[in-house]
Design a protein around this ligand. Structure first.
Ligand SMILES: C[S@@+](CC[C@H](N)C(=O)[O-])C[C@H]1O[C@@H](n2cnc3c(N)ncnc32)[C@H](O)[C@@H]1O
Length: 216
């Protein structure tokens, strides 16, 4: 379970009623929408982990009306925001679920899905969150399903200086946080039966990673 004494890290947000707007989501939602949309099968049921304001969800279902999208976040204001944005989604965004991937068997009440998406969470939460994310993906994804992870990563000497500085600032805020080495994420994926199928360079030294089940 998430340590309730430690605050959940939330990005800067503006508020309009229940609707929250994140400047970073405004910057990255266009590129994410284009790259992720090309990787989601027709009619996919998508579960988003750590959906924050819900703006990525609305952008995706607006661009891809065939998708059925379920946002989720442990933060109640984030869930209220996603539900408020969902009013513009013509029924394609389901009510946001209260999911904390650090909780024991957090997936037990969740329906199977064709794809999972998680942006900007595993660096700003304990490593247990990444472990819980892959454990849940192994339980929830259909056989051909994929987990799509967006965010900054460390890649040894090739790591962008801005990501090294971000890593240091995260660790100052909480030593359990940090920009994760891509090799560690790949190894974790392997422990849960996934292999990295794609690595897409995104703006501002972020990556969109796609993990699929390995051949049994
Ligand atoms: C930096 S925000 C990213 C929000 C959104 N995905 C985006 O990219 O704009 C991090 C999010 O991770 C969520 N989060 C933190 N710990 C979590 C956990 N253990 N399980 C699920 N979500 C978590 C927070 O509530 C927050 O909404």
């Amino acid at each position: 379970m998430t340590d309730k004494t430690a605050p959940i890290a939330l990005e800067d947000r503006d508020r309009h009623g229940a609707r929250l707007s994140s400047p970073s989501a405004a910057r990255n939602r266009g590129p994410i929408m284009t790259a992720l949309s090309a990787r989601l099968p027709e009619g996919a049921r998508v579960l988003e982990i750590a959906s924050g304001t819900g703006e990525h969800a609305l952008a995706l279902v607006t661009h891809r009306p065939d998708l059925s999208w379920t946002p989720s976040d442990p933060d109640p204001q984030s869930r209220a925001s996603a539900d408020a944005w969902a009013e513009d989604a013509q029924g394609r965004m389901q009510p946001a679920l209260d999911l904390d991937v650090c909780a024991q068997i957090w997936w037990k009440t969740v329906e199977p899905v064709d794809a999972m998406y998680c942006a900007n969470m595993i660096h700003i939460a304990p490593w247990a969150a990444a472990q819980g994310l892959f454990a849940g993906a192994a339980q929830l994804l259909s056989q051909n399903g994929a987990l799509h992870l967006y965010g900054p990563y460390q890649e040894g000497e090739a790591t962008a200086p801005s990501n090294l500085a971000f890593d240091a600032s995260l660790k100052q805020r909480d030593p359990r946080w940090g920009v994760r080495p891509l090799a560690d994420v790949d190894a974790l994926a392997g422990e849960h039966g996934f292999v990295r199928a794609e690595r897409v360079d995104m703006p501002s030294n972020n990556l969109l990673l796609t993990f699929q089940r390995g051949v049994a």
